[in-house]
Write a protein that binds this ligand. Structure first.
Ligand SMILES: [Zn+2]
Ligand SMILES: [Zn+2]
Length: 134
């Protein structure tokens, strides 16, 4: 979907990463991403596991459900990565890219728990009540 390589990092700068060959990007409205980020909805991008690389620092880890690990900065708290053990791809928070506008989410997931305040966000994009049906 997006060729080339993008860099990103957490708020305090201890964590730095690089992604390549972005496969997709989407808004997640699930209650877990809401709590993990403190935001009304969270934009994610998806890359193959091999296309995500930490270039500085070691993230802290939190297992938010069986087989799911959320990686974040243990110093400043920025959420960086969503890692589902059974998947070949990982999800990275668009908001931690150095240039978030380089990526445009193309759909929404978990809209069954979307907040009213996010109604105008990504208006017109396909909305999936739960996970995306591929
Ligand atoms: Zn940090
Ligand atoms: Zn979510």
């Amino acid at each position: 979907m997006w060729e080339g390589s993008l860099a990103g990092g957490c708020l305090c700068g201890r964590l730095r990463y690089r992604v390549r060959h972005i496969e997709s990007a989407y808004w997640c409205h699930c209650a877990m991403c809401r709590r993990a980020s403190g935001s009304g909805a969270l934009p994610w991008l998806t890359v193959a596991r091999a296309d995500f690389e930490m270039t500085a620092g070691t993230p802290a880890r939190f297992s938010s459900s069986p087989g799911v690990t959320r990686l974040f900065c243990g110093h400043c708290g920025s959420p960086i990565l969503f890692d589902m053990a059974k998947e070949a791809a990982v999800d990275v928070t668009v908001g931690t890219l150095d240039d978030p506008d380089a990526v445009t989410p193309t759909h929404h997931i978990w809209t069954q728990s979307a907040l009213e305040m996010t109604a105008g966000l990504g208006a017109g994009l396909p909305r999936h009540k739960a996970e995306r049906e591929n």
